[in-house]
Design a protein around this ligand. Structure first.
Ligand code: NAD
Length: 100
C-alpha cells in the first residue's frame, strides 16, 4: 500500500483516513477525488475535483495507484433533495473504478 486512491476524500471518513495515511511512512502518496473541496492539505495529498461517476482511469494510471478506497456517497436522506440526489454515486462508477 504505497499509493492510495480515496473517492470522497473531502468527507468525514475520507478526510480522517487521508490524514492517517499521510502520516504513515509506508504510504508515498494519497490521491483523492471529491465534488467538494479537500479538508486535508499536505504535499503527500493530490486532490482532484472530480465526480466519481466520471472516468478516473487517467488518475489511477498516472499515479500508479495500488489501493482504492471508495467512500464517496450521499446520505440517503439527501436523495429526496432535488439538488443532492444527482450526486448519488451509482454502482457503475464503482465498477469503472475496479475495472481501471
Ligand atoms: N461517518 C460514519 O460514522 C460512518 C460509519 C460507518 C460507515 N461509514 C461509511 O463511510 C462512507 C463515507 O461516509 P462519510 O461519513 O465520510 O460521508 P460524508 O458525507 O462525510 O462524505 C462523503 C463524501 O462523498 C462526496 N461525494 C458524494 N457524491 C460524490 C460524487 N458523485 N463524486 C465524488 N464525490 C462525491 C461528498 O462530497 C463527501 O465529501 C459511507 O459509505 C458511509 O456509509 C461512515
Amino acid at each position: 500500500m504505497e499509493r492510495v486512491f480515496i473517492s470522497g476524500v473531502s468527507g468525514y471518513i475520507g478526510g480522517k483516513l487521508a490524514s492517517r495515511l499521510i502520516e504513515r511512512g509506508d504510504v508515498r502518496e494519497v490521491v483523492g477525488i471529491d465534488v467538494a473541496g479537500p479538508r486535508t492539505l499536505s504535499p503527500k495529498l493530490r486532490f482532484f475535483k472530480r465526480d466519481v461517476r466520471d472516468p478516473i482511469d487517467d488518475i489511477l494510471k498516472e499515479h500508479a495507484i495500488d489501493t482504492v478506497v471508495h467512500l464517496a456517497w450521499v446520505m440517503p436522506a439527501a436523495l429526496s433533495s432535488p439538488n443532492l440526489a444527482p450526486l448519488m454515486a451509482d454502482p457503475t462508477s464503482v465498477l469503472a473504478m475496479v475495472k481501471a
